[in-house]
Every structure is written in C-alpha cells, then in structure tokens.
Ligand binder design. Sequence first.
Ligand code: SF4
Length: 360
Amino acid sequence: MPFDRHFIDQLLNWFNIHSRDLPWRHTYEPYHVWISEIMLQQTQMDRVVFYFTRWLERFPDIATLAFAEEDEVLSCWEGLGYYSRARNLHRTAKLLAEQGNMLPACYESLVKLPGIGPYTAGAIMSIAFNQDFPVVDANIERLFARLFDIATPIKSRENKKLVWQKAAEMLPAGKSRIFNQALMELGALVCLPKKPLCSQCPVIHWCKAHRLDMIHERPVLLPKKKIVFIEMATGILVRGGKILIQKRQTNDVWANLWEFPGGRLKEGETPQQAVVREFLEETGLHVGMTEEITSVRHSYMHYRVILHGFFCDVVAEEEKEPALHAAQENRWVSFSELHRFAFPAGHRKLIDYLRNNSGI
Ligand code: SF4
C-alpha cells in the first residue's frame, strides 16, 4: 500500500529538509494560516509572501482588520484579484471581533464563516490547530493522480471524491499539520505539472504512474475553457487638476472598487465612441476625447482584456456634476491620491503607465 509507515516517514523527512521558509510557518498562528490560505487560493506562492507580509504590517491581528475601512482592505489586496476574498476576510474579521477575536478551532464553526469552505476549514484545522483533517489542493490532486495512476479527469466530481477519501485514509494521527503541508509541498516543488522531478522524489518507489511509465498521461485533464477576448475603453476626465473616479456598485465581481468611467465596446463601436456613450450613460456628462493615453492588457481566468485609455473633457455644461447612474459614489481626486483607492487591474495599469510616461 502506498501509504504505509515507510511512505509517511520518507515524506516527512523530505519535508523537514526541503520545506520552504514561509512566514506563516514560523508560529502557525491561526490568523496567519487563515490569511495565507485565502491568498493562496488563486495566487502564486512568490506573490503571496509579498502580499502576506505587507498585509500583516497593516493588519497584524483580527481586531485591526475588523476595524479597518473597506477601502483600505481592498487597497491592500489590490493586485491579487478575486476581491470577494478580501471582502469576506473583512466580514469574517468583523464577526470574529464579536467573539473574542479568535478563529474557532472547530471545523463546523469555520465553514459557517464567509469565504471559508471545506478546503480552507480543513487547512486551518490541520495546519493551525494540528487536528486530524485532510486537505486536497491542486498540488495534491496532481500528485495523487500520478501516485495512484488515476485515470478519471482531475477536475471531475468523481476524482475529487476519490482524492479526498485517499487523503483522509493516509493521514497519520496527530501529524496532520506536517503531513498535509508535506503533500502540498511535494506537489509544488517536485511533482511539477509539466516536468516532474522524479529523480528527486522521496516517494518514487510508491508511484504507480512512474512504474507504469504513465507520468505524462497523468493527471487526465478536461478540455480547456475557450479564451474570451474583451475590448474595453475608459476616459480620464480632469477638472481643476482633479480626476473623476467612481466607486462600483456592490453587485459585481469588482464590487466597491474604484474606476474611471467606461466599459465594454458594443458591436461596431470604436473605443472613442464607447467612452462617449459610457460617460453619458454612467455620469450624464457629454465628453470628447483630447488625447489617447495607451492600451493595456490583462488576463483573468479565461478572459483576455484590452483596455483603451483616453484623456477627455466635457463638451457642454462644463460645471455640471457627474451623476451616479452606475456607481455608488464619485470623487474628484488628485493624481497623487489615486494610490489610496483600490482599482481593477486594467485601471491600475493605466495609472502606472501615466506615472511613468507623463508629466502628471
Ligand atoms: S515519482 Fe515523479 S510522478 Fe511520481 S509522485 Fe514522484 S515526482 Fe510525481
């Protein structure tokens, strides 16, 4: 059986020697483990270490996070994407602040908190509290697909059930903190997606895919989602040295982030026409373009977005204040104040471009 005593010893010895020095591993403080697990859900480790360290400088504990302004929380998260994670961290911190500023050492209580699902609850229970709970992340899914030579597609429901069951069966009592991390670390550092480093693998003798020469057939992947290209345009309106920004509504993926007015191009529209239309729809202002700034590109999930940016001015009713047809709030701010607000990635790239390439 692949999960015999010797397998576990090999794996844990390897982890003791090769595990990365990550900040949340210094104390396994539950707040630190929770923040790291939420950040790691959609982000590479290198970036998470930077963001985690900065986050703890700003929000060193649950109480500080609970009493922070949401704009500040989102601003500290900016660049990590998937902002619902930051909003849920904030909501959960507020709930915990009413209960003594502690994360509960109880799986059933953890999964009731905003943003904490079965995976994160299992990770907190095992890594922070060293309780016997299995976890399965993408690294473990891939590792198991090879270790057990699993032929079902890795993202299928059937496979997920199977790997969680195996993770639970393998778990050595009282060692889940180290064991779960060792599996994840082995997947992240050795059993790599394209070229696994089998010659460095501590569990090579238990690996069925290696024995059967099936490593490159495992895991079985489902066909990739089609890439969707999106073209957007936005306008920077300057009045009296201040720039118009508006805060998005609370009901979409970029809820509560700030932006310059603009949006997606309609069929047959030029980017300039889209800015004029969007400004009118969103703010009631008639604008014209004065200068094209640049076009920036960014990606999220299977979307590829190109955002065209323009300077614009109001062509009529110069002093009219912008309406709030598509936003919950707007402000006129100086360029140097923009860093205090959280923007979606495309708008932040535009700001960075202006900082590096214009006299603003
Ligand atoms: S032997 Fe190779 S394929 Fe098998 S678990 Fe180790 S690294 Fe992965």
